[in-house]
Design a protein. Sequence first.
Length: 100
Amino acid sequence: MTQDKDEILIESAMRVFRRRIFPMLFIGYFLNCLDRSNVSFAQLKMGADLGLSLAAYGLGAGLFFIGYAMSCVPSNLLLKKLGVRRWLAILIFGWGWSLA
């Protein structure tokens, strides 16, 4: 009897994950890859237009990565404090605002 209830609970949780969480994770992952690849595509025209050497571009990309990595710890602390729903909404809004 307990095994049946556990199986029903697991199936319910998987159904919620497939319907609500997985599409949001997939879209977020896709947009993240698109955003990161834009940095490399920008070098093609930006290097020629601004006269940047590959070393200068590498330095800029490295600084971008360091800033990105350093923001992970405060982001995770705020995630614990504000909760997942609220923090994801803030991040998505801020990301969209920065792209506009």
